[in-house]
Design a protein around this ligand. Structure first.
Ligand SMILES: [Fe+2]
Length: 278
């Protein structure tokens, strides 16, 4: 009996929305249309990380060594990255990757792999406070770095073109950036020959950096990651290299390290944010 009451109540309610001819009034039709559109837009809503991957596919289509995307494409990708928040890529300062473990060495760095193809790669570096990614290069690449949270010191350099060298493994570089960055801040971009192609990250607090590389590192393609020691300008006296006294602090010698820094341990993990569709 109770069920019958409910049914009749529902029928009465439905009938109240019809006009005397039994047709649904125009306003009800438009309401149901709106609901359909809302349901459809919910189904087609693209996650920020999916938008990032889709944008990278356009920006780095057929990217090769030394290819720099057009200004329009750079601005398009920068705009997408500027909108990304930690929760969009499934990271939070509460995750264990951001806790320093007492190991007697530099805190462990975690790389969360998001996506990689032959033309670009996307991932997140997670650094506990005091974590360091030593000075390294990005040969023939364009790199977008978005600090998701925390404070990080970035020191970056560009090569001084055609400068005499004290030895084959040591070159003169100009300091491009030497600053602390605190999120939220602008996405930084480096290019094959400028913008600070060699850089070092030092975490002032626990922090996360979303990195987009186009094209990615590839030993077979000659895009090998090299690490460097930075030495003051006064370390060498080289014929043909002259810098005004007051500008000497802005120049350093970068010497290739023969091996990967022994204090750098990067653990690679799969990221656990929203699923990405091809
Ligand atoms: Fe880097």
């Amino acid at each position: 009996m109770g069920t019958g009451t409910v049914v009749s109540g529902r029928v009465r309610k439905d009938l109240s929305r019809t006009n005397p001819n039994g047709n649904i009034p125009p306003e009800s039709r438009s309401n149901s249309r709106k609901k359909k559109i809302q349901r459809r837009s919910k189904r087609t809503l693209i996650s920020p990380v999916q938008k990032l991957v889709d944008t990278c596919k356009k920006v780095f289509a057929n990217a090769k060594s030394g290819t720099v995307p057009s200004q329009d494409n750079i601005q398009m990708l920068r705009a997408v990255l500027d909108e990304i928040k930690p929760e969009d890529v499934g990271v939070s300062p509460k995750m264990p990757y951001f806790r320093s473990k007492v190991t007697g060495r530099s805190p462990l760095v975690t790389y969360l792999h998001i996506y990689a193809s032959h033309s670009f790669s996307i991932g997140i570096f997670c650094l506990p406070s005091s974590g360091v990614i030593p000075l390294h290069n990005h040969p023939e690449m364009t790199v977008f770095s978005k600090l998701l949270f925390g404070t990080m010191h970035i020191k970056s350099y560009d090569w001084v073109a055609d400068s005499p060298q004290p030895s084959l493994d040591t070159r003169l570089a100009k300091v491009k950036v030497d600053l602390d960055f605190t999120a939220p801040c602008d996405t930084s971009i480096l290019y094959p020959a400028d913008g600070g192609n060699m850089h070092c990250f030092t975490a002032k607090t626990a922090c996360a950096v979303l990195d987009v590389l186009g094209p990615p590192y590839s030993d077979p393609a000659g895009r090998h990651c090299t690490y460097y020691f930075d030495l003051p300008f006064s370390s060498f006296s080289v014929d043909g290299v002259a810098v005004a006294e007051e500008e000497k602090e802005g120049y350093e010698w970068l010497k290739e390290r023969e091996e990967e820094p022994e204090d750098l341990t990067v653990t690679a993990m799969m990221y656990s944010g929203p699923t990405i569709k091809e």
